[in-house]
Each structure stands twice: as structure tokens, then as C-alpha cells.
Design a protein around this ligand. Structure first.
Ligand SMILES: [Zn+2]
Length: 326
């Protein structure tokens, strides 16, 4: 792992490299941006570079430090991740103890705290003291998708680096090249994930993503044809995929978004569900007002489910809404 293997984030990487060259490396960073953009990959590459014996803008990939880093046994690298959705104060206290002893292999010690917003308040306060007076050899990288949940006092002690989604075209290309996806599937994935590399790779590797999308398309088609029983009989599908319900509802949203585009301009390159064009065409006589109403309803369903409203009730109501004519 090094900077050359990272897709996008040129600006963030450039900043980090410049700081290495100018010797203005911060003791603490916050890498902020949505889930799945590759923040941790950048953090790891930066850590490896900082620890490398050659002390250049990129790790040499040859020295004992780089070798140990790759084998996952670097004595001066510490990665902290949440357990069961929380980084406990005890874990932070252990980290602080390690901060006070000198590095072993390299000139520095690097700490990466992933999902750092999941530290509780006590943990953040404990960390704050270290951030206020870090020993010379310490670099701490806090990674977060929810910077608003971090204490402002922590934020003010860190150099903040923002991460942005990658253009879908770049991800499409990568999925075709490195994951052997066909162009259309790759294109669907990269648009579906809105520029998240991590999520795109996860979907590219998953066996049943496109199978599920096929099932969803059939369910929608039956509902739009007025099959009322389908609203109840297809609940099982949603229940079986309860853990991924947000993703499933996003697929449905994307489908109706395409239907609106199809109604307006016909078969266009900006349609994402390209392989479902026959379905879209056969449904294109449906009223725009009705489609917008369905989209609103799906967005509300997402909110209700997040708010723990009865799952079955939410899904069946949504399905009935798709089925009903205005
Ligand atoms: Zn090296």
C-alpha cells in the first residue's frame, strides 16, 4: 500500500507530500469525508511514508520499516477501530500510554483512529490532552465521516483534510480493469455508490447485487401493472434483505429517477439502468406526478425505517403506494 495505489484524492495527497518536503508535518490530522471514499487508505499510505527510513515523499517499500508495515507488524504503527460501534475510554487511555514511550523501529510513532467520532466524550477529552502537548515523534490521524460529532476542542487542535467523492467515470474504469466487470455493470455500480470507491469494490465483489436488482425491477413492474397482491407477497424479499434495506431503497429510487428521465427524453446516456430499458419504456406512460409521489414516499420510508417505525408497515405502505393509481 502506498500513494500510487490510491484513486483520486490528489489534492489531499499533494498537501501531505508538500508537508513532508517542507518539514511542516502536523502532529494531528482529521481526515473527514463520507464513508467509503478511501480516507483510511490515504492515512495508511501517509503513515507508511512517515515511518519509512528513507524519509521521502513516498515510502521506499524496501527498508525494514516498510517491510514490517506491509506484514502488519510495525511496532510504531497503532490502528484503533471501534468495537460494537464504540471506541471506549479505556482504549483511548491505552493509546495515551503508548504515546509517552519513544518509537522503536522508526523516527516516529503513528496512531490512526478510524471512525474517531465513535469515541465517547470522556475518550475525546482524554485524547485532547495528548493533542495539546504531543511529544515530538507523534502523529495522530483521526478519520471520520461525522465530523460534527467530534468535540470542537479536538477539531481546533487538528489539521483538517477534506475528502470528496471520486468521479464515477474513474471508478467505472477501475472496476472494468481491476475487477473484470462489464462496462454497463461497472457504470451502474459507480453511479449507484456516488463516487465511493470502497462501496463500489464491495458491490463489484458481491455475488447477488445484480440478482437483487433484477428482483426489484420485477417487483416494481408488477406493482405498476396494478398487482395489489404483490405489495404483500413481496414483503418477504424486503424482510430477507432487511440489513441492506437502505441500499435496496436506493436502488428503487434510482430506478424511478431513470423512469422520469426516460419519460422526458427517452433512451439517454444518463440513464443508469440501461439494461432495464424495455421495462422503462413499457412504464413510460405513467404520470410524472405519480412518479414524483412515489419518490417522495420512498424517501419518507427511508426516514421512517431509520426512526425505527414498524418495518413491515413501512414497506407494505410504500409498496401499496407504488401500486396505487392516483
Ligand atoms: Zn521504506
Amino acid at each position: 500500500m502506498d500513494f500510487t495505489q490510491i484513486m483520486g484524492h490528489e489534492k489531499a495527497i499533494e498537501t501531505l507530500k508538500r508537508e513532508i518536503t517542507n518539514n511542516t508535518i502536523s502532529h494531528s490530522y482529521i481526515f473527514e469525508g463520507e464513508e467509503g471514499l478511501g480516507k483510511k487508505q490515504v492515512a495508511l499510505s501517509f503513515a507508511k511514508t512517515l515511518l519509512c527510513k528513507e524519509q521521502n515523499q513516498d515510502p521506499c517499500n524496501k527498508c525494514t520499516s516498510c517491510t514490517k508495515f506491509e506484514s502488519g507488524n510495525h511496532p510504531d504503527l497503532f490502528i484503533i477501530e471501534p468495537e460494537k460501534g464504540l471506541i471506549k475510554k479505556g482504549i483511548v487511555e491505552e493509546l495515551i500510554k503508548k504515546v509517552s514511550t519513544a518509537p522503536f523501529e522508526s523516527l516516529r510513532k503513528v496512531f490512526i483512529i478510524d471512525d474517531s467520532h465513535l469515541m465517547n466524550k470522556e475518550g475525546m477529552n482524554a485524547l485532547l490532552k495528548t493533542l495539546e502537548e504531543p511529544p515530538e515523534y507523534i502523529n495522530i490521524i483521526l478519520i471520520t465521516a461525522n465530523v460534527n460529532q467530534m468535540l470542537p476542542t479536538i477539531l481546533s487542535r487538528c489539521q483538517r483534510l477534506k475528502f470528496y467523492p471520486i468521479e464515477p467515470e474513474k471508478i467505472t474504469e477501475m472496476l472494468v480493469k481491476s475487477y473484470g466487470k462489464d462496462k454497463e455493470e461497472a457504470r451502474f455500480i459507480s453511479n449507484f455508490t456516488k463516487g465511493s470507491v470502497g462501496k463500489s469494490i464491495e458491490i463489484a465483489k458481491s455475488q447477488d447485487f445484480f440478482e437483487k436488482r433484477d428482483q426489484i425491477t420485477t417487483i416494481i413492474d408488477d406493482l405498476l401493472k396494478g398487482d395489489r397482491t404483490k405489495a404483500f407477497s413481496s414483503f418477504g424479499f424486503f424482510n430477507n434483505n432487511k440489513d441492506e434495506i437502505d441500499e435496496i431503497l436506493d436502488m428503487i429510487l434510482l430506478y424511478f429517477r431513470d423512469l422520469i428521465i426516460y419519460k422526458k427524453i427517452g433512451n439517454s446516456p444518463i440513464i443508469i439502468n440501461k439494461d432495464k430499458i424495455e421495462y422503462l419504456s413499457s412504464q413510460s406512460s405513467i404520470d410524472s406526478e405519480k412518479i414524483n409521489d412515489i419518490i417522495d414516499n420512498i424517501l419518507k420510508t427511508k426516514e421512517f425505517i431509520r426512526g425505527n417505525v414498524n418495518f413491515q408497515l413501512c414497506i407494505e405502505t410504500m409498496l401499496l403506494n407504488i401500486q396505487e393509481e392516483i
